[in-house]
Design a protein around this ligand. Structure first.
Ligand SMILES: [Ca+2]
Ligand SMILES: [Ca+2]
Length: 188
């Protein structure tokens, strides 16, 4: 009888684990966390804010979530969610980045509007200013960072949208010619 009970408990446990697993695995698979702030009530100009020194008065958290990669094109629509707004939004992304091979990597952002990215303690991308709406995406920030293959480096990225279109894409490559969107595997 005890044996049957033990088997039933084991089966039930297995069922619970297999049902609960997908979302848990998904959440743990990415070490990138994105916090979105609605900044519609901030009185400063967006490009004169320095949210990394303290989120300005009037900005409030709209949503916080895990993301797989940094490759977003919202255009003129709402950034992330309707309640986050289509203009005057901050995004803060934290996590780690790991390159498969050692090298001096070029980083590139397609960013509308401003972006500021630190890897470890190095400020790699810094273009905290509005971007004009143009036909071609604004390739508005680049920088280099040397990474050891397999080593995880902390990343800290701030971005804002003031008005018009909104884009946030992070690219990297071993040379300027082979830059492409950083794959999600680099953020695990
Ligand atoms: Ca907008
Ligand atoms: Ca914009």
């Amino acid at each position: 009888m005890n044996k049957i009970l033990a088997t039933l408990v084991a089966v039930a446990t297995l069922l619970v684990v297999s049902i609960a697993a997908p979302s848990g695995i998904e959440a743990r698979a990415s070490r990138l966390q994105m916090t979105v702030y609605n900044a519609a009530d901030v009185e400063e100009d967006m490009d004169s804010t320095e949210p990394w020194n303290g989120v300005p008065d009037g900005a409030s958290i709209c949503t916080r979530r895990f993301i797989r990669d940094i490759n977003f094109a919202w255009g003129d629509d709402d950034v992330v969610l309707p309640r986050c707004g289509e203009d005057m939004v901050f995004i803060h992304i934290t996590g780690t980045i790991t390159a498969p091979r050692s090298g001096n990597y070029n980083f590139y952002a397609i960013s509308d509007d401003g972006i500021r990215l630190s890897i470890g303690k190095t400020l790699v991308l810094d273009d905290w200013e509005d971007q004009g709406d143009v036909v071609e995406p604004p390739y508005n920030a680049d920088g280099q960072f040397r990474m050891l293959g397999g080593r995880a480096y902390a990343i800290d990225l701030w971005w804002y949208e003031n008005g018009g279109g909104a884009v946030l894409k992070l690219l990297a490559g071993s040379t300027e010619r082979n830059e492409k969107a950083v794959p999600s595997t680099w953020f695990r």
